[in-house]
Ligand binder design. Sequence first.
Ligand SMILES: NC(=O)c1ccc[n+]([C@@H]2O[C@H](COP(=O)([O-])OP(=O)(O)OC[C@H]3O[C@@H](n4cnc5c(N)ncnc54)[C@H](OP(=O)(O)O)[C@@H]3O)[C@@H](O)[C@H]2O)c1
Length: 348
Amino acid sequence: MKAAVNSRYGGPEVVSIQNIPKPAPKDEEVLIRTYATTVNSADWRIRSLTVPTGFKFLVRLAFGINVPRNQVLGTELSGIIEAVGSKVGKFKPGDAVFADCGTSFGAHAEYKTMPEDSAIALKPVNLTFEQAAALSFGGTTALSFFTKAGGIRQGDCVLVNGASGTTGLAFVQLARHFGATVTGVSSAGNHTLLRQTGAHHVIDYQAEDFTKNGQSYDFIIDTAGTAPWKRAKSSLTKTGALLAVLGPVSDMLKAAIVSRKNGRKLIVGTTSTTGSDLRMIARLALSGAFTPVLDCVLPVADIRAAHERVDSGRKTGSVVMRFEQSRPAAHDPEPFQTMELANVVQHR
Ligand SMILES: NC(=O)c1ccc[n+]([C@@H]2O[C@H](COP(=O)([O-])OP(=O)(O)OC[C@H]3O[C@@H](n4cnc5c(N)ncnc54)[C@H](OP(=O)(O)O)[C@@H]3O)[C@@H](O)[C@H]2O)c1
């Protein structure tokens, strides 16, 4: 089968399309034929070893000291179940699914085996395979951080810094869906997109410093890494929370102490995704509350261009790669369901 293989750490040039053995499902596993996958910021971090200071050795320990142990990247995919192991009861051949492989990666391949109890769920029927492949990374990160912070409520004021990326756009859409007043921070060129996806207010970070505008927020979400605790805390309400999706190591170290001492909270950490998380995000997608925004859809042959786009740090939403395989027409939604996001997302 075809796969995008990165035989060493480095830039996009270390990735090439190669033929590798097709896996066979074990008793409790399903074999998924991949129709679409994404290149995301997790792939960029591990491929290039771009990790916070002090973490590089730990990441090498986990992923391979000199060369990557698992040479196929990719955390998200959508496709069709092609075969199931003898003990699988939840899925059957022909099911259209999307999945999150997490830190085991391997989604940049024509086929992927996964335990049936891992992060796999049926594809929402109103999304294309390209959209479904991009559901998990942003969607489950947003749900997980809101949950860690004790939940978001109707009427909360939410500011999303880095609002036009994969995770930022998920936070914008879901915060709006849960009834919050949403402010999105991005460059001015992405403001139309932010408004279309649910932001009530927008701020151009090149023209205005949101920490100096006199506003207070119940949640400040930082996916850009430019709003650490020191800078953002005075813009939080007395019980507000900074959700540091990307934050400095110093914030990670002091999060527990800061949150205990203050009425305000600092929420840090990583997310790991389960099948139940995916079913929740699928329900939100089905209801129109969350539709992944696609920066571009490229054939898998353009894998290096996909990595370059992610490396730019300026993508809007997700970079999707499509495996050129024949698809049963019944699995993709009618054309009217793939209209522009602005027409699909339901706003309250
Ligand atoms: N903790 C976790 O569990 C977790 C989970 C997922 C991701 N992450 C991390 O979160 C980060 C974001 O991931 P992502 O996939 O959402 O990234 P992404 O899609 O690459 O985000 C790119 C966006 O960041 C915006 N941006 C760049 N500089 C900015 C600035 N100074 N101020 C505000 N916005 C700025 C860009 O907007 P403009 O083009 O408008 O500038 C661009 O749209 C990554 O570092 C990733 O590793 C952490």
